[in-house]
Design a binder for this molecule. Structure first.
Ligand SMILES: C[S@@+](CC[C@H](N)C(=O)[O-])C[C@H]1O[C@@H](n2cnc3c(N)ncnc32)[C@H](O)[C@@H]1O
Length: 383
């Protein structure tokens, strides 16, 4: 018997190959449940999709087929080259697919091997290298600093700061509004625990669990715990994702400001941990394991960055793991002037701002900002 992940991946691939699109949530669940209940076999799915009205419309009508392929090509332009397709490029790819010179599943790779993509990746590298030099110059990076949330003093060093002190504080009003009854909260990828400690200080949980893979982050969290006498309330784990967490841990809410990028763009070792989750491995693992640690109705609230990901990347992981996708949203207040100024200056070199704004507007209303929350939840039927 296939695992639920394999089964979901199989159904997804059938949708991609036959209907040339991602499966919708209802369709994916419908076919998944039919197979689980043994009403149909896994091998029946391609036939069922080919018999669907959608497929007949597609294959019987060349215009519809062309449009479906164009949508797929457009997605690659937007997600890999960060721009709208030019007509020539769009039509050339369409013709190659129709003549079977390339397959639709190869598109991602083809785009990533293009000169245009390499230029974009290179620019990012140059920019990061400039930043690397200035970071090296910064002798202050290991100096211990503090920030205060209500009466709680949080210790940190600059090299462990992944933004939780600034945009990470957007969690406070959001959790206040959406999860007022969380008793135990866990912050994974906690770094110094800016978000978790601030939630605790603001009375938004009774107890806290902090997890990070970096021993330096764990060490500084322990300092904060001891200085604030929080030994009874806060537990901290050195763990790669949730791999080292005991099975008796249960959380009402898992929050995270995780690494936001899938690929390395020339980071230092410390920056890498802060910024990169290679091929989304850690995200994938967390979404796979988290159900075992959530209390009944427990939720997961990640803060992601539109520069590094699009919501559908995580919504697919959420659905694959039999979790429920609740909402993807912005917190309007978060985009402090300082932060957006930095963002605009850095990004205008790529000419991407307008583009991001445009697709964000299309994707999520009302506010096209850089960070987005993605809220998912344990299904009541989760075993
Ligand atoms: C964007 S930083 C966020 C740090 C802190 N929460 C903040 O908001 O400032 C990402 C954090 O994820 C941690 N991290 C990276 N890979 C991890 C993994 N596989 N398991 C657990 N933590 C990881 C890094 O050490 C880093 O502290």
């Amino acid at each position: 018997m296939d695992s639920s992940n394999e089964l979901n991946a199989f159904i997804t691939k059938c949708y991609q190959d036959i209907l040339l699109r991602e499966p919708d949530k209802v369709g994916l669940e419908y076919h998944y449940n039919k197979i689980i209940k043994k009403e149909i076999l896994k091998e029946d799915i391609p036939k069922i999709l080919r018999e669907s009205l959608e497929y007949k419309n597609l294959s019987g009508n060349e215009k519809n087929l062309d449009n479906a392929i164009r949508t797929k090509i457009t997605k690659c332009y937007r997600e890999i080259l960060f721009r709208e397709p030019d007509i020539l490029g769009l039509e050339q790819h369409l013709q190659k697919i129709k003549k079977r010179e390339i397959s639709i599943n190869e598109l991602d790779n083809i785009f990533r091997q293009s000169e245009e993509y390499k230029k974009i990746a290179n620019k990012k590298k140059i920019l990061k290298n400039k930043k690397k030099i200035s970071i090296k110059k910064n002798k202050e990076k290991n100096k211990i600093n503090t920030v205060k949330y209500k009466n709680l003093v949080v210790y940190y060093t600059k090299e462990l700061d992944g933004g939780g002190k600034v945009f990470g504080q957007d969690f406070i009003p959001v959790v206040k509004k959406k999860f007022p009854k969380a008793s135990r909260i866990c912050e994974v990828c906690s770094g110094p625990g800016f978000i978790g400690f601030s939630l605790l200080a603001n009375g938004l949980c009774d107890t806290l669990c902090l997890i990070d893979v970096n021993p330096k982050a764990i060490e500084i969290c322990k300092k904060t715990i001891s200085k604030n006498h929080l030994e009874d309330k806060v537990k901290v784990y050195l763990s790669d994702g949730l791999s080292n967490i005991p099975p008796n841990e249960k959380w009402d809410l898992l929050v995270s400001n995780p690494p936001h990028f899938e690929y390395d763009f020339g980071t230092t070792k410390e920056e890498f941990l802060i910024a990169v989750d290679p091929e989304w491995k850690m995200h994938r693992e967390i979404y796979k394991d988290v159900g075992n640690y959530l209390s009944k109705n427990g939720s997961i609230l990640f803060y992601e960055n539109i520069e590094g990901s699009k919501p559908h990347i995580f919504s697919e992981m959420i659905l694959e793991n039999n979790l429920e996708l609740v909402e993807c949203f912005w917190h309007k207040k978060f985009n402090s002037l300082r932060d957006s100024k930095f963002f605009f200056e850095k990004e205008k070199e790529f000419g991407q701002i307008a583009y991001y704004k445009k697709i964000l507007k299309e994707m999520i209303n009302p506010s096209p900002y850089r960070f987005y929350f993605i809220w998912s939840k344990k299904r009541v039927s989760f075993k």
